[in-house]
Design a protein. Structure first.
Length: 218
C-alpha cells in the first residue's frame, strides 16, 4: 500500500501575542508602537468590539508575514468614552454617561412591555407613525405647534374646565343637529351679524328686547 505524504508548512515562528500602543490610524489600519517594535500596524479583529483610539494599550496578534490583528483593548487613554463597533455597520458610542446608537434601522421589541423613563424625552424625525389599539395620555401642561392638522373621528367626548379659542377665520359644517346648552350666552359682533334659516323660532319666558337705530320687519 502506497503512502501519500502531504507536505505541511511550518508555522511562522514570529506569530505571537504582543502589547502595543495605538499611535494613529489610516483607514482600517492602526499604527502601533511597542517595546520590541515587532508590529508596526494591525487591523481590528471582529472580536474586538471596542474601537481602538490613539493612546490605547491593545493586545495584538502578531501575524508575522501575514496580517496582524488587534484582539482587545486592554487600557483606554480616555476611560470616560468608547465606541463599540458591531457587524452590520452599527455603532454604540459612550461618553460621560451618555449612550448613542447609530444604525440604519433601530427596532425595539418587547413581548410584554417597553418602558422609556427619563427627566426629558425627545423624539425627532421627518415622518412619524403612531398606532395603538388604546391610548391613555396624561400631562399637566401641553404646548403644541402645528402647521396643518387633519383629524377624523367617529365620536369625540371632552370635558373641559375652561375653554378659550382664538382664530382668524372659523368655518364649521354640521350635517344634522347642532345644539348648545349653556347657563348664559353672549355674542359680540364687531360689524355685521347675519342669520338665515328656513324657519326661525325665538321663545323667551321673560322679556324680549330689540334695540337699534333702524329695525326692518318683513
Amino acid at each position: 500500500m502506497q503512502n501519500t505524504l502531504i507536505p505541511m508548512s511550518r508555522p511562522d515562528a514570529a506569530v505571537g501575542l504582543v502589547y502595543a500602543t495605538v499611535t494613529g490610524r489610516a483607514d482600517k489600519w492602526f499604527f502601533l508602537s511597542g517595546g520590541d517594535l515587532s508590529v508596526e500596524r494591525a487591523q481590528r479583529a471582529d472580536s474586538c468590539l471596542i474601537e481602538p483610539e490613539s493612546g490605547d494599550t491593545v493586545l495584538v496578534c502578531n501575524g508575522g508575514a501575514q496580517t496582524s490583528y488587534i484582539l482587545a483593548v486592554l487600557a483606554r487613554a480616555t476611560p470616560a468614552q468608547a465606541t463599540l463597533k458591531l457587524p452590520g455597520d452599527v455603532s454604540l458610542h459612550t461618553a460621560q454617561g451618555q449612550l448613542q446608537v447609530q444604525a440604519e434601522q433601530l427596532e425595539l421589541t418587547g413581548r410584554k412591555r417597553v418602558t422609556v423613563v427619563g427627566a426629558q424625552v425627545e423624539l425627532a424625525g421627518v415622518q412619524g407613525d403612531v398606532r395603538f389599539s388604546r391610548l391613555n395620555t396624561s400631562a399637566e401642561e401641553v404646548n403644541a405647534r402645528f402647521g396643518v392638522v387633519r383629524s377624523m373621528a367617529q365620536s369625540i367626548t371632552s370635558t373641559v374646565g375652561r375653554l378659550v379659542q382664538k382664530a382668524r377665520d372659523s368655518f364649521r359644517w354640521v350635517e344634522n343637529l347642532d345644539e348648545t346648552r349653556a347657563g348664559r350666552v353672549r355674542m359680540q359682533v364687531k360689524e355685521r351679524f347675519h342669520m338665515k334659516a328656513k324657519h326661525t323660532t325665538l321663545l323667551a319666558d321673560g322679556q324680549v328686547k330689540i334695540d337699534g337705530e333702524k329695525i326692518d320687519l318683513g
